[in-house]
Design a protein around this ligand. Sequence first.
Ligand code: HEC
Length: 216
Amino acid sequence: MKNAAYPVVFACLGACLWAQEPAKPPLKFAWAPADDPLTATVRSAGEKLIDRIGGSLLIEVERTLATKGLDEAVELMHLKSLAPPRPLEGKPRVTAIKLTSFRVREPRNTPDEADFAALDLVRTALNAGEAPPKVIVQTVDAADTPTEWRVYRPIAVSPKCLLCHGNSDSLQPQVRYMLERLYPEDKATGYSAWEWRGLIRVSYAAPVPPAPAKTN
Ligand code: HEC
């Protein structure tokens, strides 16, 4: 009797260890329905915030390049002290801000499945010679979490960006040295001016629908 229990224990050990590291369940995501008033609310909040983030990114690049050495500039990029804005009563709450791309320098910026789909939407339009969508709104549902609303906007490379994102053989030695040291997996070089670089993304917690009016 005692011995007969061993296979069960071992079988469970194997299965339980495996069960401890389950593959991440795939994210469920969809493009937000254009005619949903919530989409309009989130989209408008997202556009304003992305405008500010895009502006801050450009200003930071300009100022840093004007005032710091190139090696220090590599360490400072991008928007490291940027925090989500404070939640405002009655407005969608920002839960995350992300820069993402098909070719990332910083591994944390790697697209998840939902980001990838948004990137792919832009790539498909560009490959077809069409104007890419200006703004993309998406809903993402993961197990046990409220719906996340994502707003994305494409970002392009300006000539200044090429100092750190241009062809690797055209990079200044101190930039190349810092990139090799800090980002050994870097894939974010080889861009040319005005090329599409990636997406700025802001995420919102699902706005809570108003409570139904009491009937009695
Ligand atoms: C001084 C060097 C430097 C310059 C100039 C620079 N970048 Fe970057 N960029 C970086 C570094 C370092 C990272 C990785 C760190 C991070 O994402 O915060 C990065 C990451 C990014 C990312 C996130 C995706 C990824 O690759 O990880 C985007 C998007 C981006 N840069 C766009 C731009 C744009 C647009 C400009 C010009 C307006 C620009 N960069 C100018 C150094 C630079």
